[in-house]
Structures are given as C-alpha cells and as structure tokens.
Design a protein around this ligand. Sequence first.
Ligand SMILES: C[S@@+](CC[C@H](N)C(=O)[O-])C[C@H]1O[C@@H](n2cnc3c(N)ncnc32)[C@H](O)[C@@H]1O
Length: 335
Amino acid sequence: MIKKPYILDIFYDLYINIKLFYILKKAIELKIFDILSEPKTFDEILIKINLDKNILEYILKILLELKLIEKIRGKYKNTLVSDLYLRENSEFSIIPYLEDEYFNDIENWKDFKEKRLNFTKVIHKMANECKVWELPRIMEYIRLRFKNEIKNAKKLLDLAGGHGLYAIYFSKLNKNLKCYVFDLPEVIEETRKYIEKYKAKNIELIKGNFWKDSIGENYDIIFSSYHPGGKNPEIIRKVYDALNIGGLFINKQFFWDGEEDLEFYVNNIDWLMRKSDILRKSPIRFTFEGDLSFNDYLDYLENLGFEILDIVDLKEFLELKCYRGSKMIISKKVE
Ligand SMILES: C[S@@+](CC[C@H](N)C(=O)[O-])C[C@H]1O[C@@H](n2cnc3c(N)ncnc32)[C@H](O)[C@@H]1O
C-alpha cells in the first residue's frame, strides 16, 4: 500500500527555516536595521535598497512578524531590540558574533566540512557574544549577591579567562582588587588587547597551561567560565588549593541536562566537527574526557571542603534557550 510521504513535510519545514535564516542574513547585509534606525516609508527604504519591490515588501512583512521592526503611521522603524543589537554601529551590535557563529559557519555545514578549533579566534567570538547580555547580567548578579566579598577581596583569578572581560568587570568593581587572567600563552596576547581597549587597571596576565602549570595561590575569588577544565576533578582540586579559606569559586559551565532531542544531536555533531589536537572531547557538546556529571560535580565540591551557595540555571536566568544546560555554581571554601 502507498503511504503518505510525510518526508515531504519534513523537508518543506526545514527548508522554510533555512530560507528564513538567509532572509535575515540578507536583511543584515542590506543594512536594513541601520536604515530603519529612523522611521521610513516603504518608498524611502526602496530608494536605499536595490531589491525587487515585491521581495522587499515581503522581507519587511517577515521582519514585522519576527518583531524586529514595527510599522507606525505608515512608517517602518526598528524595534528596541533590533536597534540595540542589529545596527552595525551600535555599541551592542551582535553582528560580528552572528557573522562568526552562523553566517561563516553555515558554509562548513553545506558539505560537513571539519573546522579547526582555534582559541585565539574563539575568544573574540565569545567576547562579542557575552558582552551584550550574559556578562552584564551575570556580573550584576554577582555584584549584588557578593557585595562584601568583592569589597574585601584582594586577589582574583579569571581562570582560562580568554578575552578577560569578566576580570575587567571585577577590576572596575573594586579598585583595590588585583585581578589575574590565566590562559594559554598565544591567547594571552589577545587578552592584552581587551585590557587596553577597556583601559583596565590592576590586571595582570599569566601565561600557562592549567593541566601542567601552577595557577597561583592565595586568591579570594576564582572565576571560571566555559573552559575545558571546568568540570574536571584535577582542575577543581587546583582551584581549591589556590583559594584562601572563605574564598569564592564561581564556575559557569555547560552540564548536559540528560534530555536527548533533535537540538541535542545537532549541537553534538557541530561540536564534533570542530576538531582540536589539544582537547580530549567527549561526544557531548562542551564536555571532555574525565568530566564530572552535574551531581558528581556538586558532591566533589562538598567533599573537597566547599559549601555550595548558589546554583543558577542560566537558561532560566538569562531567559534565552541558547543557554540551555549552562549553569553557574557558586561555592565557598569552608575548610
Ligand atoms: C571557550 S573559551 C572561554 C573564554 C572565557 N572564559 C569565556 O567564558 O568567555 C575557553 C578558554 O579556555 C582556555 N584554555 C583552554 N585550555 C586551556 C589550558 N590548558 N590552560 C589554560 N587555558 C586554557 C582557552 O584558551 C580559552 O580562552
């Protein structure tokens, strides 16, 4: 018997989404969001954009439906969100991040081309991503929750800090706090550029490999975010040893929530396509051989002598599903 070919709908739905992706990419390339920083009529937009009139009209309808623009009294204009994030010259533009993470990357996906994971590049992408939302929200949380600890701290480490933006933020919260960014030698050269750009004082850079080298000692706060040692018992032990009693360990990491679905499989393929000679990757995104599961991580902290103060689910806290699985665990060395 002939069955309904539901495969046609699978492809149809997927292809619509792929086309929507390219329509948004095109809208950014056409600088529609720069043009619509001020209200414009359709004809005023058409003069600036060399595109078929009917196609432009549909693109504007799509942008309206996605709430990236609005139409008031016959004129189109950016919504607040696109005005902040999708204008090229906005201080908060996420275009460099989108170009890196999506627009360039999609080319590799066309033929499943493997990519080389290169930390000196990754950290710029991460800086562009975190600075608009994750970093200010996280730092505001930490600032309010640990006011006294930050005020009294003398020495802080941003372990595998990459761009160093978190250390830079901490350094501005307490001028007497000496902040250190530890990272691989080639990455530290890039960190330096951010220190200069944001005119950060009281920051020192430490070149090293946390698997082999000392990460320093007598820290009052160790901050650590999305690095390959963040769930590894050996590195957590190093963190414990390097902290003073009463010191805080703030660790932001991805822990798989155990749910297997299409998003999970696709992200894991993406992860495996990004090859690295130095990382011992596991088949699950952002995880490595020897990593602890979430519950084992918490037990390990407590057995070492940490008290767990906060567990923040970053998907909930940042209200964005792309942070699914990310958690910030804040613990205090008590013994
Ligand atoms: C994904 S990035 C995270 C950067 C930054 N902490 C953030 O959250 O945006 C991972 C960082 O870990 C650093 N890293 C990886 N392996 C390392 C190692 N063995 N020793 C020191 N740093 C390392 C990388 O150079 C990179 O800066």
